[in-house]
Ligand binder design. Structure first.
Ligand code: OSB
Ligand code: MG
Length: 369
């Protein structure tokens, strides 16, 4: 058979609560859902590019353009169905990992559904439940942040990640530690600092953080290596790890001791697995980051997090933490305190609700060979 049709939908979904990082505050998420159709089977992918080029240079509009004008034509012209063939073919195009990943994820879901297997069974997942975690944005005040943390702990989350930036860091960690001496806690700067602030960042060593994520901008691998030498807390890289090669450079340079894997940021599941396997051989643990995905993208994240070297709690939370009405039914929820069960049905194992996708759609395009 062959792919008969590929649909791109641009969606906008409001968050249950605003999400603020060092980039600013956001009230909703704009993203692309990719559907591939073959012989009555539909594969679903989510492209995590955001509306603005803040976290990454990609945006929903660049990803739409790259997908529609280069990646989909590649699939149709070569008669590609297998994600492995797609990965090899798409390498001719530079960069644009998020665009590449969105279509690859849809092809993986399709492949697993045709075989009647849960997605992670295609490449050896070893976990049925994933350690959950919640990423808590910057608030207007420390008491408001503490109240949010208390609420999440009450819901069963056992690991909290906070967002930090200059002016919202040491004092905030201090306040959390006073209230919760043993909480599994980590901090993510999304690149808000520079090496000149190394002495200030060292103060974070006092708070028994699991890790400090991405203190410097994405391309500062060298500065990260210098900071890691000065800090006892492990550094974790997120934005800097955009490919297998950047992961290799980061580990060889000593820029981090932990790696955050996001399938979107690295260009898909095959690249994510290469990074995972390399880190495992290197003795460096990984965990799964998130981009506030809908249930479709989050289900893909649950499947990748079944691999054995995912050794830390992940940025994977229940649907209710993100959206009033997620795109899937039933929504994702904690199966017991601190864990989310991996969906067991064929492919992603979740049921996208077509009416909800249509309702949230702001633009749509149907592509045919
Ligand atoms: O840096 O990990 C990040 C969300 C959007 C963009 C970047 C990041 C995040 C998060 C949210 O921290 C994690 C989640 O999806 O729960
Ligand atoms: Mg991050």
């Amino acid at each position: 058979m062959a792919i008969e049709r590929i649909e791109l939908n641009l969606l906008r979904l409001p968050y249950v609560h605003f999400f603020e990082t060092s980039f600013g505050r956001a009230y909703d998420r704009t993203f692309i859902i990719i559907r591939v159709y073959e012989d009555g089977v539909v594969g679903y992918g989510e492209c995590v590019a955001e509306e603005k080029p803040l976290y990454s240079g990609e945006t929903t509009e660049t990803a739409w353009h790259i997908t529609r004008d280069f990646l989909v034509p590649l699939v149709f012209s070569r008669g590609i169905i297998e994600p492995e063939d797609y990965y090899e073919a798409a390498r001719v195009f530079r960069g644009n990992q998020m665009a590449k990943a969105g279509l690859e994820l849809a092809l993986w879901d399709l492949k697993a559904k045709k075989q009647g297997l849960p997605l992670n069974r295609l490449w050896g997942g070893v976990r049925e439940e994933i350690p959950a975690g919640v990423s808590v944005g910057i608030e207007d005040s420390v008491p408001e942040l503490l109240a949010r943390i208390e609420n999440y702990l009450g819901q069963g989350y056992e690991r909290i990640k906070i967002k930090i930036k200059p002016g919202w860091d040491v004092d905030v960690c201090q306040a959390i530690r006073e209230k919760y001496p043993d909480l599994l806690l980590q901090a993510d700067a999304n690149g808000a600092y520079s090496i000149e602030q190394a002495e200030h960042l060292r103060k974070l060593d006092a708070f028994k953080l699991l890790m400090v994520e991405q203190p410097f901008p994405p391309y500062d691998l060298w500065d990260h290596s210098q900071l890691q030498r000065k800090m006892t807390t492990p550094l974790c890289l997120d934005e800097s790890i955009i490919s297998f090669d950047s992961a290799r450079a980061a580990l060889e340079m000593g820029s981090c001791r932990i790696v955050n894997i996001k399938v979107g940021r690295v260009g898909g599941i095959i690249e994510a697995r290469r990074i995972h396997d390399y880190c495992q051989r290197y003795g460096v643990g990984v965990w799964c980051g998130g981009m506030l995905e809908s249930g479709i993208g989050r289900a893909h994240n649950l499947h990748i997090a079944t691999l054995p070297n995912f050794k830390y709690p992940n940025d994977l939370s229940a649907s209710a933490r993100y959206y009033q009405e997620d795109l899937i039914e039933p929504p994702i929820s904690l199966s017991r305190p601190g864990y989310i069960r991996v969906p067991e049905g064929p492919g992603l194992g979740v049921n996208p609700v077509e009416e909800r996708i249509e309702k949230a759609t702001v633009r749509k395009e149907v592509l045919k060979p």
